[in-house]
Design a protein around this ligand. Structure first.
Ligand code: NDP
Length: 261
């Protein structure tokens, strides 16, 4: 199947690690021109090198929670792409592990800010460019927590439910010009889980044992964590012209861990 990316322009926020980096790699392989951003200059340079550089790749330092930085990123992308954007992948972010008892008011504000404004600011900045595309799409990287909340990630779960609602509304408001879809992640072995492994309680436990125990504890039917390129493939499909009749949809990429029909 031809996904139709040849010569199209894509932005992947948080494209320097994990799922975003895997998506950028796949999109380049599909013939797209890809702009990535992240906050850390070293990670950005490493990602640029890992993706092979070249004129099809644009790597720009940008914190998606900084309105001015996002506006500058959009200007740089507009110059590079001729003012047209075909796909915005809102991927930047991370989860917060805390219960209601351990989440302060400041934590709540920071988490709501991260989850909502990592969508709102890039969408506002790039919408004029998406409006000029003949096949515009937005893919929001969200979590299964949005529909299956966990008490140990109480504010992340609540914020993620709000993001689902926001993007569902936009699928209607932006139709028929821009398709808007989300992927709902379970556990994917990327930067977040590598950091949690590094901080494990029992430092003698090896990687394979720690990850196997995690998959068992979480009751993942496919019996392992996902690899970053597995959700990346879902992002690439949903964002492509090949998914032209799909909007307002959510695709679970979780190894079967959801417990609802
Ligand atoms: P990684 O930590 O591997 O990658 C996160 C990426 O986002 C990095 O490139 C990071 O770069 C960037 N980033 C984070 N905050 C910002 C910011 N404010 N502005 C710009 N870039 C930012 O994690 P994943 O690949 O796992 O995460 C991708 C998305 O998937 C995240 O939104 C995450 O919450 C979500 N997710 C992941 C799950 C998992 O199991 N892995 C589960 C559920 C959801 P830098 O730090 O340099 O800015």
């Amino acid at each position: 199947m031809n996904l139709g990316y040849s010569g199209r322009h894509v932005v992947v926020t948080g494209g320097t690690s994990g799922i975003g980096l895997a998506a950028a790699r796949l999109l380049l392989e599909e013939g797209a021109r890809v702009a990535i951003c992240g906050r850390d200059p070293e990670r950005l340079a490493a990602a640029q090198a890992a993706l092979g550089g070249g004129e099809a790749l644009l790597a720009t330092k940008c914190d998606v929670l900084d309105r001015d930085a996002v506006a500058r990123f959009a200007e740089v992308v507009a110059t590079w792409s001729g003012g047209v954007l075909d796909l915005l992948v809102n991927n930047a972010g991370q989860g917060r592990v805390s219960t209601f008892a351990t989440t302060t008011d400041e934590d709540w504000r920071a988490e709501l800010d991260l989850k909502f404004f990592s969508q709102v600011l890039p969408i506002r900045a790039f919408k004029p460019m998406l409006d000029r595309s003949s096949a515009a799409a937005i893919v929001g990287v969200n979590s299964l927590l949005s529909v299956q909340p966990e008490p140990h990630m109480v504010c992340t779960s609540a914020a993620r439910a709000g993001v689902q609602s926001l993007l569902k509304s936009l699928a209607t408001e932006f139709a028929p010009q821009i398709r808007v879809n989300t992927i709902l992640l379970g556990l994917v072995d990327s930067g977040q889980w590598q950091r949690r492994f590094a901080a494990r309680a029992d430092q003698t436990q090896d990687r394979a044992t720690w990850y196997a125990a995690l998959a068992r504890t979480k009751g993942i039917p496919l019996d392992r964590l996902g690899e970053p390129d597995e959700p990346a493939k879902a992002i690439v499909f949903l964002g492509s012209p090949a998914a032209s009749y799909i909007t307002g949809a959510s695709l679970e990429v979780s190894g079967g861990v959801s417990r609802f029909i």
